[in-house]
Design a binder for this molecule. Structure first.
Ligand SMILES: Cc1cc2nc3c(=O)[nH]c(=O)nc-3n(C[C@H](O)[C@H](O)[C@H](O)COP(=O)(O)OP(=O)(O)OC[C@H]3O[C@@H](n4cnc5c(N)ncnc54)[C@H](O)[C@@H]3O)c2cc1C
Length: 384
């Protein structure tokens, strides 16, 4: 049987290849970047459901730098109401986990090597040709690989610059005109595994416990984000204190700042002609509720599970890809809608909404079933 071709060995492509292998389906992965230069300084927030996926693949226990989030404090600046979510209340060890992208990338690379999965680093896919019985993948080194299915996990336009496959025009797109400033920060008071999500009219800001400090994701208008990121350290720390308040005491130190633009883009899984798009290649979300990366891992897991349940000759068929697209719709659209709702309702200064938000937070705090609903959506997606 020819192998399923996977474009991109980012977390989503790597998890897909490992899960396919576990299902008895061989994969051949092309990764544009060389093996030793992958991963950057971004921080990922993993939901509890993603931990379960990584556990089933035997990857979880190899991760060293994972920080559990056991409590989340949600508030809005200058307004009524706040809500607290806790792992104890939900009966889980943690609501989520924080870890460096580079570490996950390194551990997944090792797992791919150990599983003897064919991965070619430094080879980009230039073009994909769909077909009725097979798809052809044109590699940058001139080879043409043929397989029953090509899984595009290239991170889409939000990921890296080389796109495997002229990305389809998004079916839905929203530019929030916001950018995120991200960096590591140290606070006077230790984090105690508590995360903070603070909504402000300029955009949400989050502090995620990461090792012995915090990872900061501070969203603002694009121009303001550039200005904030360029501030000298002392001014940056003061501005952060004014923005976030003093729940963790003073901010003592900030690492190098990076910014990235925020938008919502839904291209969809395409799922036809023996090609399917997963992870950021299919959808890019605002990071407010930490949904995007986790939806991508579920894409990879569900696709591989379905391939395992499909007779070998039917892998990549129109029927299999239609079943995949159907199966993923509720989770993906639910995640997009939930995220978009949070950004649009909380990122403004309209008076009545300000009070409604306060009431919403009070209700979340006071009404356990609502709290459970929100926490489970964040942990498991639509199937929570
Ligand atoms: C700048 C930035 C910052 C982010 N920060 C956060 C954050 O703080 N927290 C968070 O939870 N999420 C964050 N995200 C989102 C998160 O990174 C993504 O959800 C996650 O990386 C998606 O994984 P992926 O495997 O789909 O794509 P990626 O991680 O982008 O991986 C795609 C892989 O495909 C490879 N590739 C691309 N084109 C080709 C080609 N033509 N041929 C072969 N290989 C190719 C790339 O080299 C890469 O290794 C951020 C995203 C960006 C762009």
């Amino acid at each position: 049987m020819s192998r399923v071709l996977v474009v991109g060995a980012g977390p989503v492509g790597a998890v897909c290849a490992l899960a396919l292998q576990q299902q008895g389906v061989a994969a051949h992965v092309l990764e544009a970047q060389p093996a030793d230069t992958r991963g950057d300084s971004r921080t990922l927030a993993l939901a509890h459901g993603s931990r379960l996926i990584l556990e089933r693949l035997g990857v979880w226990d190899r991760l060293q730098g994972v920080t559990p989030i056991t409590r989340i404090h949600v508030s809005q600046r200058g307004g009524l109401g706040m809500a607290r979510l806790s792992a104890d209340e939900m009966g889980v060890p943690a609501l989520g986990y924080v870890l460096p992208y580079a570490e996950l990338a390194a551990v997944l690379k090792q797992a791919l090597d150990d599983a003897d999965i064919l991965v070619e680093y430094g080879v980009a896919a230039n073009r994909i040709e769909s077909g009725a019985d097979a798809a052809s993948l044109h590699a940058a080194d001139g080879r043409v690989l043929v397989g029953p299915l090509v899984v595009v996990a290239d991170g889409g336009r939000g990921g890296h610059s080389q796109s495997a496959h002229a990305a389809p025009k998004p079916r839905f797109e929203r530019d929030y005109d916001q950018a995120a400033v991200v960096c590591d920060v140290a606070t006077e008071v230790p984090h105690g595994n508590q995360a903070f999500e603070r909504f402000t009219p300029e955009g949400p800001a989050a502090l995620l416990p990461k090792e012995d400090g915090y990872a900061l994701v501070w969203t603002a208008s694009r121009a303001e984000a550039q200005r904030i990121a360029a501030l000298p350290d002392a001014e940056f720390l003061d501005a952060l204190y004014r923005h976030f308040g003093g729940r963790r005491g003073r901010f003592l130190h900030a690492g190098p700042r990076k910014t990235f633009p925020l938008r919502l883009s839904y291209a969809g899984s395409e799922a036809g002609g023996r090609v399917v798009r997963i992870g950021n290649a299919a959808q890019t979300l605002h990071p407010v509720a930490g949904q995007g990366f986790n939806i991508g891992l579920r894409d990879a897991w569900e696709l591989a599970s379905l391939a395992g349940d499909t007779p070998t000759g039917e892998i990549g068929s129109a029927a299999m890809l239609a079943a995949y697209a159907r199966g993923r719709r509720a989770d993906v659209i639910g995640g997009l809608g939930f995220t978009d709702f949070l950004v649009r309702v909380f990122s403004n200064d309209v008076g009545p909404l300000h009070h409604a938000r306060g009431l919403g937070l009070l209700a979340l705090e006071a009404f356990p079933p609502l709290k459970t609903f929100v926490a489970r959506r964040m942990m498991f997606g639509a199937r929570g």
